[in-house]
Design a protein around this ligand. Structure first.
Ligand code: M6R
Length: 370
């Protein structure tokens, strides 16, 4: 069943490239125009959407947070991302023009299900992004856009995360297409870039595993980890920290790098491991330089710094004790690759600690209670 891999998680991380390519498959016509007829929501309805609220839990909520950056940029409508259990118990503002997007790998998460029921009662349309055919969440939604990551068995979500980002991006590009907020060529360009991502993920798997394994060994006795990111790197930091909590049982927290000086930097002591997601130096210069200042600040306080950075970015060498490299890619697509070394790192830590990688203590694959 594990096909020669040591664990399901190992197998599933190595299926990240396929999860991306399968989720892209068959969603365009010959001209590269996005075709989401499968969602069965009228184009006119999509045209009317004036706000998106993503409801999800855990990793799925981080995929939503990544998508917020892209969709707001492409479609120019507000995108809120809310933990389903919080959404449900406040009094969210929902109208028929609000599109609620419920993201769930299993399709059975009770918190997410309750949130979508609430949204529908209030008259909003719900679109599910789900990996499990025929599960409850898509059944109870107005429409569904399936991720095609294949069955995910390990409790720690990996390939479903990258597939969720892709599906949410397809939704964003589709909205941009029907609302006319982007030129067709721009959309086509991004689609071409998306199609190149599986190969880039594969490169990380093929070339970075040794460095990652070595670093995990070196960090085995660390009591805690700090993850820092900015812009789309922020949800990646949250996801990297969640993976480590879940399967390595190591206290870890992700922060928006800009928050450092508002509190978290007080945690940084000599030897504290800090993982920094460095944006592309070819993207928005301000994002890159701000993130470099953050790594510089923690380094100056004696942190052990681990960077996830773009191949060829020599500027990180001054501040990073270790670098996990990723190939060049556009900023908005970088979470698809940046998360991969963090998945491997958490898995390596878990194995070294002799934990049950696939079935971490106290956790279930789908959380069917509120
Ligand atoms: O099946 P879902 O995507 O709805 O699950 C949501 C979370 O329970 C899930 O992502 C959880 O955080 C994972 N174990 C994280 O690895």
């Amino acid at each position: 069943e594990k096909g020669g891999w040591d664990s399901y998680m190992d197998k599933e991380i190595h299926e990240d490239p396929a999860a991306v390519s399968e989720t892209l498959l068959g969603r365009f016509d010959a001209k590269g125009t996005l075709n989401l007829d499968e969602v069965h929501i009228d184009e006119d309805v999509f045209r009317q959407v004036d706000k998106i609220i993503v409801v999800a839990c855990g990793t799925a909520s981080y995929a939503g947070l990544v998508a917020k950056y892209a969709i707001e940029h492409w479609v120019r409508i507000p995108v809120e991302v809310e933990l389903a259990h919080e959404f449900r118990y406040r009094d969210p503002i929902l109208t028929p023009r609000t599109l609620v997007v419920a993201i769930s790998q299993s399709g059975e998460t009770m918190d997410t299900l309750m949130a979508l029921r609430h949204a529908r009662e209030q008259g909003s349309r719900v679109l599910a992004i789900c990996n499990t055919q025929g599960s409850t969440i898509p059944r109870e939604s107005d429409a569904v856009l399936y991720t095609h990551a294949g069955p995910e068995i390990a409790v720690a979500s990996t390939k479903a995360f990258v597939a969720q980002i892709v599906a949410a991006y397809l939704l964003g590009l589709y909205l941009a297409q029907v609302k006319g907020t982007m030129f067709r060529d721009e959309i086509r360009h991004i689609v071409t870039d998306l199609k190149a991502m599986p190969e880039k993920i594969q490169w990380v798997l093929d070339t970075q595993a040794d460095t990652i394994a070595k670093t995990a060994k070196q960090m085995l006795n660390a009591h805690s980890f700090i993850f820092l990111g900015r812009h789309v790197g922020y949800p990646v930091a949250l996801e990297g920290a969640l993976k480590l909590k879940e399967i390595a049982y190591t206290f870890s927290e992700g922060f928006a790098a800009g928050e450092l000086k508002h509190g978290p930097i007080a945690l940084v002591d000599a030897g504290e491991p800090v993982v920094c997601i460095i944006p592309s130096p070819r993207g928005r210069a301000v994002l890159h330089s701000k993130m470099l200042s953050s790594i510089e600040e923690v380094k100056a306080r004696g942190a052990f710094t681990i960077a996830v950075a773009e191949e060829g970015d020599e500027s990180v060498a001054n501040y990073a004790d270790v670098t996990f490299w990723r190939p060049q890619c556009p900023t908005l697509l970088s979470p698809l690759v940046d998360v991969v070394p963090l998945q491997l790192f958490a898995m390596d830590m878990s194995v070294l600690k002799k934990n049950d990688v696939d079935k971490p203590r106290n956790l279930a694959k789908s959380v069917t209670v509120e």
